[in-house]
Design a protein around this ligand. Structure first.
Ligand SMILES: N[C@H](CCC[C@H](N)C(=O)O)C(=O)O
Length: 276
């Protein structure tokens, strides 16, 4: 069976994107792992499957799978690439796109300058809904892993995030701490781990060790999580530039209870066809 796909990226966080509106494709977790392999497959951090809407008030539904084959509920960089993809492929001719994922509903805007703005919804700090095992909601949690003690904020952007503040993202021990926390027993569904260096109230550097994918060049929902956590910790303002290894995102958030907005690029690299 021939399957058409597009290869895309948001600041180097790369995706295989499949139109499952005009195609009808299903991949097992094992097949996704094989396709994600950068030597033996296409190579990507996540697979995005674009589907017809589940609700009549949405334009599309889209599903997100990590490179390890796990299905997840949110992908910020993926949302921007999804919006670019459906316009590029003529699946919609509007610049405002309504889409649902397992996490809920989002509104995406294709901007005139080529950037994409995503209304990521309201950050959720309730431990049980992150999910995080904790007696009560805190601005900072103490998490013991092996012989280390970590101080991190935690939030759901539709997917779980914890964020640690570091003096310098360059020297942060992402390779050790990332896996320690990714599958820590206090995060029953795993967690994406952010390492945030605060340069000013309007500017941070960030690296993210992603659940199910490892460190990526950028993590959109991770950037949103870092700004939301940084703001409630009193370290960040309402309009923040986030510099990730792959490039810059703009995150705006008016504070608890209000929706958070992310603006950044979405690039199409090539189209391909695979025989599965
Ligand atoms: N690894 C994430 C999904 C992809 C998120 C990231 N690529 C983004 O841009 O938000 C998770 O397991 O929740």
């Amino acid at each position: 069976m021939l399957v058409n796909f597009s290869k895309m990226h948001g600041l180097g966080n790369d995706f295989m994107v499949i139109d499952n509106v005009t195609q009808n494709v299903f991949f097992s977790p094992e097949k996704i792992q094989q396709l994600a392999d950068r030597n033996f497959g296409i190579g990507f951090d996540q697979l995005l499957m674009v589907e017809p809407p589940y609700d009549p008030d949405q334009d599309f539904h889209y599903r997100i799978f990590n490179a390890d084959g796990s299905e997840v509920s949110q992908c910020g960089n993926g949302a921007r690439c999804f919006a670019r993809f459906v316009k590029l492929k003529g699946l919609i001719n509007r610049n405002k796109i309504l889409v649902s994922t397992k996490a809920g509903k989002m509104i995406l805007y294709l901007e005139k300058d080529g950037q994409v703005t995503v209304n990521m919804g309201v950050p959720n700090f309730t431990p049980a809904e992150i999910p995080l095992k904790a007696n009560k909601e805190e601005k900072t949690y103490i998490i013991r892993a092996d012989d280390n003690t970590h101080f991190c904020g935690a939030v759901s952007m539709g997917n779980p995030h914890c964020v640690l503040e570091v003096d310098n993202t360059e020297s942060a021990d992402v390779e050790t701490i990332g896996p320690q926390l990714e599958r820590h027993e206090r995060f029953p569904e795993g967690v994406n781990v952010g390492f945030m260096q605060v340069l000013s109230a309007e500017h941070i550097r960030l690296r993210v060790f992603e659940r199910g994918a490892g460190e990526t060049l950028a993590c959109g929902s991770g950037a949103c999580a870092a700004v939301a956590i940084g703001q409630i910790q009193g370290k960040l303002g309402k309009d923040v530039r986030v510099d990730l290894p792959g490039g810059r995102l703009r995150i705006r958030w008016q504070g608890p209870g209000s929706p958070l907005k992310m603006t950044g690029p979405a690039e199409h690299v090539y189209d391909g066809t695979i025989n599965i």
